[in-house]
Design a protein around this ligand. Structure first.
Ligand code: ADP
Ligand code: MG
Length: 139
């Protein structure tokens, strides 16, 4: 387990980028943290690390956005899902066990279907406004 403190959104982006550079086919990154914690900021960094050229936006309303980089990037935001059955309807297995990298915002809401060996990234606010404590571990 690793704990890192970032002092602004750029540092969170850079941490995401650092990890994105090292991701391999089949990797699943699970992001946990409140609204505004920095999950999307971190995801944008992952995209940069994966050499995605398109601008990454939050897929809150679409549940999933797909990008093309060094590897395909499947960016989920499951905040608005009512249950994991909706993930089945989306055909999530094609993405989770596919040819790319998966990033899931609010992954704790669907933890039943997250495979072992996923990379869990938990982002918490601290007492200082633009500071975040980021914990990274493999399940
Ligand atoms: P989430 O996807 O978790 O809801 P976002 O990444 O969309 O969160 O938004 C995070 C917000 O917090 C942004 O407005 C960003 O500018 C702000 N912020 C402040 N400090 C940080 C930090 N250290 N890391 C990430 N975001 C930060
Ligand atoms: Mg978000």
């Amino acid at each position: 387990m690793q704990k890192i403190v970032t002092k602004n959104p750029e540092e969170t982006f850079e941490l995401g980028k650092h990890i994105g550079k090292r991701l391999q086919k089949g990797d699943i990154v699970c992001l946990v943290g409140d609204l505004g914690a920095g999950k999307t900021a971190f995801s944008k960094g992952i995209g940069e690390g994966l050499e995605v050229v398109d601008y990454i936006t939050s897929p809150t309303y679409t549940i999933i956005n797909e990008y093309h980089g060094r590897l395909p990037l499947y960016h989920f935001d499951v905040y608005r899902l009512n249950d994991t059955e909706e993930m089945e309807e989306l055909g999530y297995e094609e993405y989770f066990f596919g040819d790319g990298v998966v990033v899931v915002e609010w992954a704790d809401l669907i933890k039943d279907i997250i495979p072992d060996n996923a990379i869990w990234v938990t982002i918490n606010r601290t007492m200082i406004e633009d500071e975040r404590e980021i914990e990274i571990k493999v399940s």
